[in-house]
Design a protein around this ligand. Structure first.
Ligand code: ADP
Length: 175
């Protein structure tokens, strides 16, 4: 029997958006098992801790249980992506491509990773057109200013964001 194909979909997921979920669903058609790797990425100044981001992804996976069954798991990592990919037995790294703007960064990352381990391929997927423009960064910026975010994230993620913004607001008023 052929060895099951394992893929890793790494990212910051601060928080997971409809765009990310679309890529997760597409990736499951290419691999037998998918590991959504949540990077610590402190440099990006995430608004959710790594543990919170993992829990939020987990909630989304549970909500899509019928489509994703037991194919997808979520795991945190704070080591080198290639080392993480090897540790879970992955043969492919999945990345999402939005506009041309993602290309330069993704191109460099794929090239460097190919040098680190030529046996692991990077595959790029595109989300469906209505989700292509979504980014966690803009969702946070819109949400912080009280804008409507329900087109971009699930109702569960929107609740997490609203609560986080309310907490941050309370903290800033108390300062
Ligand atoms: P990173 O911090 O590594 O950029 P992100 O959490 O922002 O991580 O995104 C993880 C991956 O998902 C990246 O490959 C990113 O390009 C991709 N991605 C994010 N949003 C979308 C989207 N709306 N459509 C397609 N790919 C996306």
């Amino acid at each position: 029997m052929a060895k099951p194909r394992v893929g890793v979909y790494p990212g910051t997921f601060d928080p997971i958006t409809n765009g990310h979920m679309d890529i997760v669903l597409r990736a499951t058609r290419l691999v037998d098992h998918l590991v959504v790797g949540v990077a610590r990425n402190a440099g990006k100044g995430p608004i959710f801790t790594m543990e919170e981001r993992v829990a939020i992804v987990q909630e989304e996976l549970i909500a899509h249980h019928d489509e994703l069954s037991s194919k997808v798991v979520v795991q945190p990592f704070d080591n080198l992506l290639m080392h993480f990919a090897m540790s879970v037995g992955a043969s492919v790294i999945i990345r999402g491509l939005r506009a041309v703007s993602d290309f330069e960064y993704e191109f460099q990352m794929a090239g460097m990773n190919a040098r680190l381990n030529p046996k692991i391929e990077t595959a790029f997927l595109m989300a469906t057109d209505r989700y292509q423009f979504i980014s966690s960064r803009f969702v946070k910026e819109i949400g912080i200013l009280g804008g409507e975010i329900s087109h971009f994230v699930s109702p569960r993620v929107a609740d997490h964001l609203r609560r986080r913004f309310a907490d941050n607001h309370k903290a800033s008023v108390q300062e």
